[in-house]
Structures are given as structure tokens and as C-alpha cells.
Design a protein around this ligand. Structure first.
Ligand SMILES: O=C[C@H](O)[C@H](O)[C@H](O)COP(=O)(O)O
Length: 224
């Protein structure tokens, strides 16, 4: 099976996961990336069965709107029943690295507002230990060099992601060769550096459900 076929299969599985719970008041939290794009596309036939969505990026908002799905302001919605998003890496505890598409901060905000985070991924994203994928850190532009020096002290090799500005007007540093033994502690440690907006570790609050697409089907793991 190709990676695209695996992504399509997990997008189908995510629709099956949420469809029974949709009603006219439901507002979905929607992530960002190629896997979620396939999920968004599959929402089109259901668009009259739920109220709308909160998007974690301008790109996802545009895709939702193009399908006729209302995009709502998170400040007007309160708690969301579901947040559906992909991952760059996910471990057995459903902790993740995210932000390969630079959407990490809004993703973390929308995820924080959701009762249930459903991570949708293909098997290439499943890892024993987080950190092979370079960990993204969103920084206030004037703090970029300072944050880079602090990341070196923590053992990372920071690389400025040139030409990328986040939806929040900030910049991204990717941390290569990073040993992440305790993801929740590292998430907190990085967020404590002045000038860091957030980092791509979703560890203190990981996913609640992982739908993992494999050659022989989609495996479901639920922590709650
Ligand atoms: O900023 C991007 C997000 O964290 C994505 O969820 C992540 O990069 C996975 O994207 P994809 O489904 O394209 O692999």
C-alpha cells in the first residue's frame, strides 16, 4: 500500500470514529497537514450534520470553507468534543512531535480545548522514541538567535527554517539530533525559554485515541 492509500484509509476510519457523535451543535477541532486534508475532504457529505469547525491553520480554514463548512472562532465555541489531527511522530503513550507544517501553536491551542484528541497517522509515524523527526520550536523573531543558543545548551542542533513564517507571524527553529528521553519534561523545559511561543512536543497532553493505518488495516488505541 502506498503512503497516500494509508492516509486515505485512516481518514476514512476517523470519519467512522466521529460520525455517530455528530449533531447540529457539534463543532469539530481540525488540525493541519496532508493526512487531515483527506479527512476534511471526507467531511463534505456530512456538512449538514454538524455546526462547523475550528481550524488550526489558515490552510485548513480555507479548505473547510471551500467545502461549504463553517469555520468558527475558537473564542466563541467553548470546549470541543473532538480534535482530529495528524502527527510527525507518535509513540506508544500517544505523545507526539508535530509542527512539520509549522502549525504547532494553533494546533496545541485547539487541541487543548478538545475533550478528545484523535491522532490519525500512517505507520511510518509510529516510533519507539520521539526525536528522529527534527523537533519544531516556534519563536518570536527577535528571540531566534538567543533561543538557538539555549537549544544548543540542551543538546540540540538548531536549524532556522528559512522562508517560513507561521500563521502567527513567527519563525520556526527545527531541533536536529535531539535526545528526548522525557517528552513531557522537555516540552515544559523548552516552553520556559524566553521567546519560545511553543514547541512541537505534544506530551503533557498527548492524543487520547490513535488511529494508525497499516498495510493490514487501521489499528485503534485509546488511552481514555
Ligand atoms: O504543522 C503541521 C502538523 O503538525 C501536522 O499535523 C503534521 O506535520 C503531520 O502532517 P502530515 O499529515 O502531512 O504528515
Amino acid at each position: 500500500m502506498t503512503q497516500d492509500a494509508l492516509k486515505a484509509a485512516v481518514a476514512d476510519a476517523a470519519i467512522k470514529e466521529i460520525e455517530p457523535w455528530l449533531d447540529r451543535n457539534t463543532v469539530l477541532g481540525i488540525g493541519t497537514g496532508s493526512t487531515v486534508n483527506l479527512f476534511i475532504d471526507r467531511l463534505r457529505p456530512l456538512r449538514d450534520s454538524f455546526r462547523g469547525a475550528v481550524a488550526s491553520s489558515e490552510a485548513s480554514a480555507e479548505r473547510l470553507k471551500a467545502l461549504g463548512i463553517d469555520v468558527l472562532d475558537l473564542n466563541s465555541t467553548g470546549t470541543l468534543p473532538f480534535y482530529i489531527d495528524g502527527a510527525d511522530e507518535v509513540n506508544a503513550n500517544l505523545q507526539m512531535i508535530k509542527g512539520g507544517g509549522a502549525a504547532l501553536t494553533r494546533e496545541k491551542i485547539v487541541a487543548a480545548c478538545a475533550r478528545r484528541f484523535i491522532c490519525i497517522a500512517d505507520e511510518s509515524k509510529h516510533v519507539a522514541r520521539l526525536g528522529d523527526f527534527p523537533l519544531p520550536v516556534e519563536v518570536i523573531p527577535m528571540a531566534r538567535s538567543y533561543v538557538g543558543r539555549e537549544l544548543v545548551k540542551l543538546g540540540a542542533e538548531p536549524v532556522y527554517r528559512q522562508g517560513v513564517t507561521t500563521d502567527n507571524g513567527n519563525q520556526i527553529i527545527d531541533c536536529f539530533d535531539f535526545m528526548i528521553d522525557d517528552p513531557a519534561a522537555m516540552e515544559a523545559r523548552l516552553n520556559a525559554i524566553a521567546g519560545v511561543v511553543t514547541n512541537g512536543l505534544f506530551a503533557a497532553r498527548g492524543a487520547d485515541v490513535l488511529l494508525l493505518s497499516k498495510g493490514d488495516g487501521v489499528a485503534r488505541t485509546a488511552l481514555s
